[in-house]
Design a protein around this ligand. Structure first.
Ligand SMILES: [Zn+2]
Length: 217
């Protein structure tokens, strides 16, 4: 039932989220699937630099606490609904990064304006607003993300998914980078979007590109 490696990963990537500025204070949360098909998730309301492996909570797919003494993240429904919807997903990262939050408040999706958008399938959509921690927010995110890697939560932040925490963290970091460029480009003019054939070619190139190993981060 327990998975010390998964708990360790939650602690390490939680610190990375904080150190990289992708989230602030106790905002945001992260989870990954365990070896046994359960979900390891960050605790609720704790500063990332204080979280230890003992604070991580392990849940069943139904949300029952199977390991840990702390209260799990308030966004449990969001994480569990994404795993249910995307069986191939191994990790979920939720952030409140700055430029993503700006776009979230404007209700702007990110269109295929930059070659890196190919790693998100061409666009990062916006999920309609619902209260944090609610089942409605979880369903809104799932309906909007489709088969993509990330979705902006209106008036809130971002959720990114990946095959593991390295992959999901990289998606959240790249989404913030693209949100900053997009917002600044919009301040200066109207960014030119890549057309469908250009995006298709980029998606082909991206399929064979990159590696997700910790030492390369
Ligand atoms: Zn949040």
């Amino acid at each position: 039932m327990d998975d010390p490696e998964a708990r360790d990963q939650i602690v390490r990537y939680g610190r990375k989220l904080f150190e990289s500025g992708l989230t602030r204070g106790t905002g945001g949360n992260l989870s990954c699937r365990t070896e046994g098909g359960l979900v390891a998730i960050s605790p609720s309301g704790m500063a990332y630099e204080r979280i230890t492996t003992d604070d991580v909570v392990i849940l069943s797919q139904a949300g029952e606490i199977l390991w840990g003494r702390k209260k799990p993240s308030s966004e449990v429904p969001l994480h569990l609904e994404l795993y249910r919807h995307m069986p191939e997903t191994g990790a979920v990262v939720h952030t409140h990064s700055l430029y993503i939050s700006v776009l979230a408040c404007l209700g702007w999706e990110i269109p295929p304006f930059h070659y890196l958008m190919a790693s998100f399938g061409g666009r990062i959509p916006v999920a309609p607003y619902a209260s944090f921690g609610s089942k409605e927010l979880a369903l809104s995110a799932v309906q909007s993300i489709g088969n993509g890697k990330a979705v902006i939560l209106a008036n809130h932040g971002l959720v990114a998914v990946g095959k593991d925490l390295c992959d999901a963290f990289y998606a959240a970091e790249t989404a913030e980078f693209l949100a900053e460029i997009y917002y600044k480009a919009k301040c200066a003019g109207e960014p030119r979007c890549l057309d469908a054939s250009e995006m298709k070619e980029l998606m082909r190139l991206f399929r064979d590109y990159g590696q997700c190993e910790e030492e390369n981060q």
